[in-house]
Write a protein that binds this ligand. Structure first.
Ligand code: HEM
Length: 168
């Protein structure tokens, strides 16, 4: 997103300008405009990814997150035979995209990776809670966490086993 900031500044600054405005009759208006310069500055609004500290922050979050998940007896079993180096790398790349960083994700789609695992809703919520607790632990701002929470809600149907959701 790009925000445009328009600033007006006379050669002698805005206080000078105010003095000229009050002291002179209409005839001087064109000369006042002549003295103005208009600057349009383009400023990129930093992404969530940049705001939290980029690749290093995402990597730290993924480390803490999987340490928590693997320490949770409800969830550890899912990862017993998984190469956790590759797993951490893929989640880091995915989280990078979610937070507005560069898209270098090379793993499978969420449904392809998770539907064979038969993950129930309760385990999905547990994993989501570990992710948000990780972000809180690392001091990630609340609005970034809100964004992650919204994405978690959006992708739930791809991860939770179809047939195990309430009402399905
Ligand atoms: C929004 C939530 C989740 C996200 C964003 C996510 C993300 C990912 C990613 C990026 C991969 C790697 C895919 C690949 O290497 O091709 C993956 C794999 C995996 N995820 Fe998740 N995951 C989520 C929820 C869960 C949950 C709730 C569980 C278990 C309770 C889980 C268990 C696994 C396992 C076991 C694998 C490895 C599958 C395999 O290699 O065959 N994930 N996940």
């Amino acid at each position: 997103m790009v925000r445009h900031t328009v600033s007006r500044r006379g050669p002698n600054g805005s206080c000078q300008l105010a003095a000229r405005w009050s002291a002179l009759p209409f005839a001087w208006i064109p000369s006042l405009l002549e003295g103005l310069t208009v600057t349009v500055t383009e400023q990129s609004v930093p992404s969530h990814y940049d705001r939290i500290g980029g690749a290093a922050a995402v990597k730290a979050a993924v480390e803490v997150f999987y340490d928590r998940v693997l320490a949770d007896p409800e969830l550890a079993g899912y990862f017993a035979d998984i190469d956790m180096v590759g797993q951490r790398r893929h989640l880091a790349l995915m989280l990078t995209v979610v937070l507005g960083g560069p898209n270098e994700y090379t793993g499978r789609g969420l449904a392809e990776a998770h539907q064979p695992l038969g993950i129930p809703q309760a385990h999905y919520e547990l994993v989501g809670a570990h992710l948000l607790a990780t972000l809180t632990q690392l001091g990630v701002p609340e609005d970034v966490q809100d964004h992650v929470r919204a994405v978690l809600a959006q992708v739930q149907d791809q991860v939770v086993a179809s047939g195990s959701r309430p009402g399905v």
